[in-house]
Design a protein around this ligand. Structure first.
Ligand code: GLA
Length: 366
């Protein structure tokens, strides 16, 4: 049987955080960095998985069930479990993972791994599944096998990615619309500032935010916050629990900002997009309370030094900040971020210029 290779990128969400499980909007792009999976199928009823980030391989039967495999290999086992549950045959063999997407950085390394493994298994089995179905299978692996209550954004962002495009995702109607995103063509640079402070989503904070949003929706007699989007923030006066009301305010205002960002990008108005980024960060800091002092400092330093706007990207509690920067200000922004982070005693960040990359495929490099 022939060896196959499949790779999937990480994602950077431009704006629209914690909106996916509230049936709202988000606007992600794919990263150039990719997780690469090589699969050598065999007649075995087992899967052996090697990773360049783990010392020892993991081995488990193809009929694995939730709870049997934990840690990083659970994402792999979960994909196999979800594929089989959807009625597809999965061959056994040896999977080798080399991860180009940093873990715990808010760049969807888990979804990149799921999508790369899924693509390799489909390729080896000669199976074709449309990207929406692939997203559902990868998402089910994460929710039901791994047990992380995440939304569908990461899988959709990865599977539908296109170069120089962001995807406007409507999670209520499950539709995606490509939006041109090529700031470099307009003298603007998108910087990815990795704090190297890692988070863990399976942890309680993410689930707690999700539960607060659900409480707010229930208090308003709605199935999801999306159902009250048209009423605006005024609707939240009816939510008695002030904590839940603040979480919901983030979601409602963030949905608006996503749509406003799309308009700004369509008009090539990066200054307006930058202001929306900064407003999103403020909302995540004050209403949703998912930033950290370290992340706030990076975002502030970037805007103080001339970025058009900056915001944390991803689930929160660490990870990365993105900043839209006029190209001539790039060096000054980088220097100021490094200076302020160093002065505060945090770890030196990694700062890279990124562009919107391509979706999954068989290549090993960007
Ligand atoms: C994580 C989750 C996503 C989404 C973001 C926050 O990346 O996997 O589903 O909720 O956090 O926007």
């Amino acid at each position: 049987m022939t060896v196959v290779r499949h790779s999937a990128p990480g994602r950077v969400n431009l704006i629209g955080e914690h909106t996916d499980y509230n049936q709202g909007f988000a606007l992600p792009i794919a990263l150039p960095a990719r997780t690469v999976v090589t699969f050598a199928p065999s007649d075995s009823a087992e899967m052996t998985v090697h990773s360049d980030r783990a010392q020892a391989p993991e081995r488990f039967p193809l009929d694995t069930t939730p709870g049997a495999v934990t840690g990083w290999a659970a994402y792999v086992a979960g994909v196999i479990w979800a594929l089989r549950r959807a009625g597809h045959q999965v061959p056994g063999g040896t999977l080798t993972i080399s991860g180009g997407v940093e873990m715990g950085a808010g760049l969807a390394s888990s979804a990149a791994l799921e999508c790369a493994v899924l693509g390799a298994l489909l390729r080896a089995g000669g199976l074709r599944l449309d990207p929406m179905e692939q997203a559902r299978i990868a998402h089910r692996a994460e929710n039901e096998y791994v047990g992380a209550p995440t939304g569908l954004m990461d899988q959709l962002a990865i599977l539908f990615a296109q170069p120089r495009r962001a995807q406007l995702i409507d999670f209520c109607h499950l539709t995606l619309r490509p939006v041109t995103f090529d700031p470099d063509a307009h003298g603007v640079t998108l910087l990815l500032i990795n704090s190297h402070a890692t988070h863990r989503h399976a942890g309680g904070e993410y689930a707690e935010r999700r539960a607060s949003c659900e409480r707010a929706a229930t208090a308003l007699g709605a199935a999801s916050l999306r159902d009250v989007q048209h009423r605006g923030e005024a609707a939240l006066a009816e939510v008695a629990d002030p904590g839940a009301a603040r979480r919901a305010r983030h979601v409602l205002t963030e949905n608006r900002r996503v749509l406003d960002t799309v308009e700004a990008l369509q008009a090539n108005d990066f200054a307006a997009a930058g202001r929306l980024f900064t407003a999103s960060h403020t909302s995540m800091r004050d209403d949703f309370e998912i930033t950290t002092g370290h992340i706030d400092l990076i975002a502030e330093a970037a805007t103080d030094a001339g970025a058009l706007g900056a915001r944390m990207t991803g689930g929160g509690f660490g990870g990365c900040v993105i900043a839209l920067v006029p190209a001539p200000r790039r060096a000054a922004v980088e220097a100021e971020v490094r200076r302020r982070v160093g002065e505060a005693g945090y770890r030196e960040p990694t700062i890279t210029h990124i562009t919107a990359g391509d979706g999954p495929g068989d290549r090993a490099t960007p």
